[in-house]
Design a protein. Sequence first.
Length: 422
Amino acid sequence: MKLLVPSSVVPHAEHTVRAANVVLFELLSALVAEPGIELLFLPVHFGSVTELTEKETEGLRALVGAGVCLLPPLLLPPTPVGGRIRIRDIVLASTDLFYPVIKFRAGLVKLLRNANPDALLTIWSEPLTALFSDVPLPKMAYYGNPDPKSLRARLKFARRHGGGAWVYLRGMLAAATLERAHLREMRKWQAVPNVAANDAEYYRRKGHANSFYLQNVWIDRGLAPPTGAHPTADGPVRIAASVGQLSGTANTFGFEYLLDQLLPELRRTFDGLPFELHVFGAGEPNPAVAALFDAPEVIRRGFVDDIDAELAACSSFLCVNNATEYNVGHTRYLHAWSLKCCVVAHANVRLAMPELKHGQNVLLGASATEIAEHLLLVASDSSVRETIAHTGYATFLRHFTAKPVAAKLACYLRQLVSTPAD
């Protein structure tokens, strides 16, 4: 089977401000090792081809060395900006209004004729999933957040923090129109695996017969577990409280929960024991949650060169993004597990990632009080911390590394190719 994988992300294994390059590199490396798969990687550039960094060059070289066929880049014009929503657009849910990239579909004909693939796989790419949705091949879109989900969440957040009613209503109307256009395109894909169980269920409810949960992926760097005692009496308890872009939708909701609910409970539960919430990530936070960074316990770290070492130096890895209405799958849990960190989170995460189990591979709380108590327990009891961390690492290896996920992807793709079209 010749499998075509287009991507506007350059795959490589080094940390950047986003996780997509690592996930793509890991999956391509594992897929090309699957029996019977000839992997064609298509770099896609919008507007211009930027010079590759040293790490990006190394990543592509490693993939080619592993057997990936690197196709000449597909250079497309800059993606045009969608126009103003008209009544006609609302009635028809015009696809090109939200996905103007589809204007370039005609340019795919020659590319596909030359490459002659048997199947197509997109990985974490909204624009390329839209661009290739009319291609007459067995197709699978390995997907993340449904396109209207983030828009609706941001609109609700803005309204809750003083945004105007008219802007909110107009935005929600646009989101409903986007949803119709998006679902129409997604139904053209024979299979839509999703990294979050609740989002896979969303597509099933909306009529996609072959939407299913498929685990997320992170890299196993084979690092040794952290050594040495985590400070309590000798210094503040260090808690890794967030990673990633500060302005990201999920982080914004997580910061709101930290500010309004968890931070007051931490102060009460720790009862004078000093603690620090270390927030890693580039950019600026949403102004509505900027007050969090004025708290003396919150240490804004920005982008750090060695995030692995920084996370491993903390007593726990905290994630409360899933405590909110915006509940999605995250690589950050996997990143922490891969470093043998002890993960503490909100119980709602199981809706997206059911492999997280309280008392086994994570500590989960249904309230801010429970989460604060878990963080104190982890800081004071090294046996609990180490048990949870090592079981988490074992779960990561079993379910969330590229080899088992790629094996499932390859199995599903073989079924698609072997199944006669209707």
